[in-house]
Design a protein around this ligand. Structure first.
Ligand code: 5GP
Ligand code: MN
Length: 326
């Protein structure tokens, strides 16, 4: 039996399922968690969903996202199966990590840096989004789709492909998106909700990022300190998507954004354009991701020290050249 069919039969055979996503959840993660849990509920199972972090307000405008619960809310649940989606390592589930040993664990993901930490690992690195894998699983389980569920499923595909612009946009992406649109999904709702909801404070934060921006051979980087967020009444969610603005610069290969939120906690977002495999740099620093989009996080650090370390590794990788890094 293929991995895919093993996962489908595992899901079909269990009645109490917990679906978990990762900290700092993005659109693909939220979509995958919400759609898999909803699919199982539509089959009559008890399926609950959890993410141990804040979910940005605009994601809550999508169907089934309000059913994702916090770590505290899920304390009363004893699942007989746990499914972790879009998560490359067990620490990414936050405080749910200790729970992972207490039931059979299925991992569904598309990150090449996945640590294969489940009893069953369905990791398809050729899939642009985890949401596509979830759609295929729901389809195999004969889950009924309506326009609302289809739109939430499309959310993950659209956000992880940069709205069909990134190099991972292939025939499967467009075919699955087309199927979802035929089921009633609304691409316009996804695009306008995610891309056209920036507050004036976010624009001021963007201004700060541009003010701090530095450009050197093949590389553009910038940073936002906790003080920057605080002074504008912003949180880390408010800089979501900013690193893509950096990558849009002409003639650069790699863009890096350093964000400190809260004080002493730094997240590094890497994006590359054509050839540099940034997941290798992120993995060397304890993080992970994809060849063109990766990240890592630090606790109890000084922003400047992180910037120095990351720049050193990135400059080395860039100088190593195309043949060695990808
Ligand atoms: P972003 O820069 O948008 O936070 O993340 C880009 C990609 O890298 C995403 O696929 C995300 O899952 C992954 N990523 C970001 N931060 C981390 C991290 O700290 N650890 C791991 N394993 N992956 C990360
Ligand atoms: Mn993803």
């Amino acid at each position: 039996m293929t991995k895919f069919l093993s996962v489908v039969s595992e899901l079909m055979s269990k009645d109490n399922v917990l679906v978990l996503g990762h900290v700092m959840p993005d659109g693909d993660d939220i979509s995958s968690v919400a759609c898999l849990a909803e699919g199982l509920r539509r089959l009559g199972k008890t399926a609950r969903a959890g993410i141990d972090d804040q979910i940005a307000w605009y994601y809550k405008l999508f169907f089934a996202v309000d059913k994702i619960e916090s770590f505290e809310q899920l304390q009363d649940f004893s699942p007989d199966l746990i499914v972790v989606v879009d998560c490359s390592s067990p620490d990414r589930v936050g405080r749910f990590q200790d729970l992972l040993k207490k039931a059979k664990l299925v991992v569904i993901d598309h990150h090449e840096t996945n640590a294969l930490f489940g009893d069953l690992n369905l990791v398809d690195v050729s899939s642009a989004s985890t949401a596509q894998i979830v759609y295929n699983i729901n389809k195999a389980m004969e889950v009924s789709y309506d326009p609302q569920l289809a739109t939430t499923n499309l959310l993950g595909i659209m956000t992880d492909t940069g709205f069909f612009r990134y190099s991972n946009t292939d025939g499967n992406v467009l075919r699955t998106a087309a199927e979802l649109v035929e089921l009633g999904a609304q691409p316009y709702f996804v695009a306008s909700t995610i891309l056209e909801n920036r507050t004036p404070e976010q624009f001021k934060l963007l201004e700060k990022m541009i003010e701090h921006m530095k450009v050197e051979d093949g590389l553009v980087y910038s940073w936002l300190s906790y003080e920057d967020y605080l002074s504008l009444g912003c949180t880390e969610d408010d800089s979501s998507g900013f690193v893509s603005e950096l990558r849009s610069m002409k003639d650069i290969e790699v863009a890096i954004l350093f964000t400190e939120f809260p004080e002493g906690e730094v997240h590094v977002s890497f994006r590359s354009k054509h050839w540099l495999n940034v997941s290798k740099i992120a993995a060397a620093l304890g993080g992970g991701g994809h060849a063109r989009a990766a990240g890592c996080s630090y606790k109890n650090v000084e922003l400047n020290k992180v910037i120095d370390e990351v720049l050193r590794l990135t400059r080395e990788a860039l100088a190593g050249g195309r043949h060695e890094t990808d």
